[in-house]
Design a protein. Structure first.
Length: 308
């Protein structure tokens, strides 16, 4: 069935593990992710960005996720990733999503609170949970100085006030990650001191880590071996993610690692099978690559195997 993340996060917090939140854009990606979670007996969040809704059109993604739930019997959270307006959150809630993110992190503090509270009120009326964001998760190429770090990372006192005033169910925090494949120019760094300060103020409250792909080198190399050109790509070491999962981080967002695994596999397949032109061959190989990547994340990063 489709479920909210409320109980999943509570168990994850107490159990010292995290739930994977994987972005979906088409059938093969959904199938690969869900097959992995089934085999690992793991709770799962499938998340849809605004870009995915535009690419696949909402009804296709909704029906594909419903098909995955029917086919596997898995409890799945269907989550809107980075909703930027009340309207898109409302549309997803009305469309049967069980969780939405309202990302007001670009707004001033008070406006983020007002917008988030409006979404929380509507969502809670409909039995849906809400994730918000405080602090700026960097863009793709951000490499920020200490000064900027203070300005963009989540302030622990503000986090407490934000949660109290909005009633939000989970909070995406900024402690050094950024979206995409180019997260760090220097050494990877997550501000665990800041995470612990936030946890002190919000004991037991589910925190969310965005920009949590590792950008595994073997997949970047495979992309480049078969015609790709991806350079200076760097992500969050899996050791750091395991530490975050053992702490108050209950949801870990992963998209880039799936993109790299899928792209490497398709490039490799086409290079090694030049006379093949049946899309099921390379899309099927891509599906397998997604499945293996998600199983790896569940086992090696999230710790959510056999937690269903
Ligand atoms: O935190 C993350 C993923 O972080 P990652 O890039 O480290 O995997 N996410 O929230 C996923 C962002 C996906 C963006 O999707 P569109 O291209 O459709 O806008
Ligand atoms: Na955790
Ligand atoms: Zn994100």
């Amino acid at each position: 069935p489709l479920v909210t993340s409320k109980e999943l996060f509570k168990k994850a917090y107490e159990g010292g593990y995290a739930i994977g939140a994987f972005n979906v854009n088409n059938m093969e990606i959904i199938q690969g992710i869900v097959e992995a979670a089934k085999e690992e007996n793991s709770p799962l969040i499938l998340q849809v960005s605004a870009g995915a809704r535009k690419y696949a059109r909402p009804v296709y993604l909704k029906k594909l996720v419903e098909a995955a739930v029917e086919d596997t019997g898995l409890p799945v959270v269907l989550h809107l990733d980075h909703g930027e307006s009340f309207e898109i959150c409302k549309a997803c809630i009305d469309d049967g999503f069980t969780s939405v993110m309202i990302d007001g992190s670009k707004l001033p503090f008070e406006e983020n609170i007002t917008l988030t509270k409006k979404v929380v009120d509507y969502a809670h009326e409909h039995g849906v949970v809400v994730e918000a964001e405080l602090g700026r998760i960097g863009g793709v190429e951000d490499n920020i100085s200490v000064g900027e770090r203070e300005a963009t990372f989540t302030d622990p006192d503000q986090a407490l006030e934000f949660v109290e005033r909005t009633g939000v169910d989970s909070l995406a925090i900024a402690i050094g990650t950024s979206h995409g494949a180019y997260k760090f120019k220097g050494e990877p760094y997550l501000d665990f001191k800041r995470l612990e300060e936030i946890m002190k103020r919000l004991p037991g409250f589910p925190l969310v880590l965005h920009g949590a792909s590792t950008v595994l080198p073997e997949f970047v190399e495979a992309c480049n071996k078969y015609g790709g050109s991806i350079h200076s790509a760097k992500g969050v070491p899996e050791e750091m993610l395991r530490k975050a999962a053992s702490l108050g981080i209950c949801k870990i967002n992963i998209d880039t690692d799936l993109r790299l695994a899928m792209t490497a596999m398709i490039r490799k397949y086409l290079a090694e099978n030049p006379s093949e032109f049946d899309p099921r061959k390379y899309l099927g190989a891509a599906r397998e690559a997604i499945k293996e990547m998600v199983k790896h994340k569940i086992r090696n990063v999230l710790g959510s195997s056999n937690k269903l």
